[in-house]
Design a protein around this ligand. Structure first.
Ligand code: DHK
Length: 152
């Protein structure tokens, strides 16, 4: 039997502070709450899930690079690196994996400096403004991309 598809969920800087950090913007779920809900959704599809967060660009780049050949898709909230990290975009591109970009808040309704996203150049699709639900929707979308949607 083929091994279960494995999804990497990568979270950028300050997302470890969810629930404390501007809850009116980013919501009241902790990152751990979001991780648990992603795990439940991934299990429904039979996906393995690696869920990570770092405040350091190089660490994010290392994890993304290593996903090549090890994972089947990447879901990323690049947070404060969205508009400025060529390194993260390049890492995503070199993986040749399907990428879905997620933002908790609607970055298009906020300050002008939060757009445009560089990461979007490497993303199959973008979900933003739906809060923590956006992560679950990204897993649903990834299931569709990987052809696993019917099995859930
Ligand atoms: C998270 C951040 O930390 C911000 O830097 C982005 C994004 C928006 C979010 O909505 O999840 O601008």
């Amino acid at each position: 039997m083929a091994s279960a598809p494995k999804i990497l969920v990568v979270n950028g800087p300050n997302l470890n502070m969810l629930a404390v950090r501007q809850p009116e913007v980013y919501g009241r779920d902790t990152l751990s709450d979001i991780e648990q809900s992603c795990r439940r959704r991934a299990e429904q599809y039979g996906f393995g899930l690696d869920f990570r967060q770092s405040n350091h660009e190089g660490e994010l780049v290392d994890w993304i690079q290593k996903a090549r050949g090890r994972h089947d898709g990447i879901i990323i909230n690049p947070a404060g690196f969205t508009t400025n990290s060529v390194a993260i975009l390049d890492a995503l591109l070199l993986t040749e994996l399907p990428v879905i970009e997620v933002h908790l808040s609607n970055i298009h309704r906020r300050e002008a400096f939060r757009v445009p996203s560089l990461v979007s150049h490497g993303a199959r699709g973008v979900i933003c403004g739906l809060g923590a639900v956006g992560y679950r929707l990204a897993i649903d979308a990834m299931a569709g991309i990987l052809g696993a949607a019917k099995e859930a």
